[in-house]
Design a protein around this ligand. Sequence first.
Ligand code: HEC
Ligand code: HEC
Ligand code: HEC
Length: 468
Amino acid sequence: MMKNFSLLLLLLLAIILFFPVSNLIGLQGKNELIPTGMNGSDSFRKVSQIMQNKCVDCHAPGMLRKPFYAVLPIAKQLMEKDMAQASARLSLSKELFSGEAAFTPLLLARLEHVVGNDSMPPALYLTMHWTDSLSVDEKKTILAWIAEERAKSAWSKEAATSFKGEPVQALPLTVELDMDKVNLGNKLFHERLLSGDDSLNCASCHDLARGGTDQAKVATGIRGQQGPINSPTVYNAMYNIAQFWDGRAKDLQEQAAGPVANPIEMGAQWDEVVEKLKHVADYQAAFAKLYPEQGLSKTTVTDAIAVFEQSLVTGNSRFDQYLRGNTAILSSDEIQGYELFKTNCASCHFGPALGGLSYEKMGVKRDYFKLRGGELTEADNGRFNVTKREQDRHFFKVPVLRNIDLTYPYFHDGSVISLADAVRIMGEVQLGKTFSQDETAKMVAFLGTLTGEYKGKLLTHLTTADLQ
Ligand code: HEC
Ligand code: HEC
Ligand code: HEC
């Protein structure tokens, strides 16, 4: 009896929330559509109209067609929560609809995910607004437009025509850089004088022959001190929107200053490091030549390291060759793995490095930390540590997946050793899905095709001599 009563209440609430009575009694007319600019393509005009008709109720705060029930206390609160959640993921504005502002690669990836998975508008909303579901044609139109947008971007220039619309792009084979600075940065990256007791260099934790990591659960710093977090790879780090798991350094140069002075990493003082380097004639000469105005300083040392790191782009993996048009290079399992990856994972792991471009919660659908067990650490807070905003707790920069076969153990806590386990856990905590063994194996096979080259050699074949 009680149970039925609660169900009834829920149903009533759903009706109050979602039934468009206002439409029926004419209180809530459809908005005037915002026209797209003259330069907008035909497909964009259609996409803009579809979204203005079917998505603004939740995704466009400020443009809302306010139904009369929006003023009722509970309804108002719940609608506001829905809108806040919806627009945190995709905030639609007049500028986006008119074409004055561009949909970023992140928004395109999220949009592709929901349209491909048929998950928007939400099912509950559709039970009442049944005319707002996307038709087959509308879905096709949106997906085709997303591919067109991607094909226009610089990232897609490496790919064969038929692959220009993919959520993952091929890495360039060469990068234009000042090679003298690259070489100097390489030397500094391998320079032990950067640590307090001359014992560690950057490569101690970012070994270029180990996928740019130490392949350890957490990093070990000066005097054997255990760090709080797993070492991410330095390969392709230039594709990250910011550096560190929590994004606390805005770029590679700012990042490089961190480990040197971190007491549990390299444990040095920058002015002492600069003094030590000044006593090496080769460095004196190189900095005088390459940085004639500034000479050798913390700024120029970190700049040279950052330039070197921009050279750490691992192109020509088998997957890159596939995107360039050599479709025979992948097995059918690997291709099926990529298809699974696209539908499930690419809303977060997209772009040339398959990640690095957004912050996402670890545990969208299920509490990862409960599943993992153990005490919560400060590092587990993730982006919250930087912003101090509650909504950023347990958010991390989505890691890049290039060379993922080599960069174990996985996750910020280094708690998972096998890639299959990492994929399975991602399914459970990020998507609320349990993949079959076959699906997992196929995705793992696909991820294995992402191992690329540095200095013309596969990362698995690099020797110490290649790294000098
Ligand atoms: C009833 C309100 C509602 C409507 C209408 C609605 N959405 Fe959403 N949308 C949400 C909510 C809530 C979320 C955040 C939670 C979630 O992802 O389920 C969301 C999330 C999203 C996301 C982000 C997915 C991600 O990666 O997290 C996209 C993209 C999106 N919606 C697109 C659309 C599109 C396109 C339409 C119109 C065809 C639409 N939505 C209509 C409520 C709505
Ligand atoms: C003692 C081990 C250790 C040393 C030495 C070290 N790092 Fe790291 N590095 C780490 C750890 C651990 C992280 C992640 C820390 C975090 O996110 O809080 C990291 C993060 C990074 C990142 C960010 C990558 C990303 O995906 O966000 C870059 C780039 C990097 N290090 C470069 C360097 C450079 C350059 C040096 C030398 C100046 C260096 N590291 C020295 C352990 C180390
Ligand atoms: C909602 C966004 C999101 C989705 C969807 C998602 N991931 Fe992730 N992925 C993340 C985040 C965030 C992390 C880092 C979490 C951490 O370290 O605590 C991560 C980490 C990983 C890692 C470990 C990387 C490393 O270097 O430690 C792998 C492997 C991975 N994801 C694969 C996948 C696969 C495969 C899928 C699809 C089945 C997927 N992810 C879906 C956000 C996502």
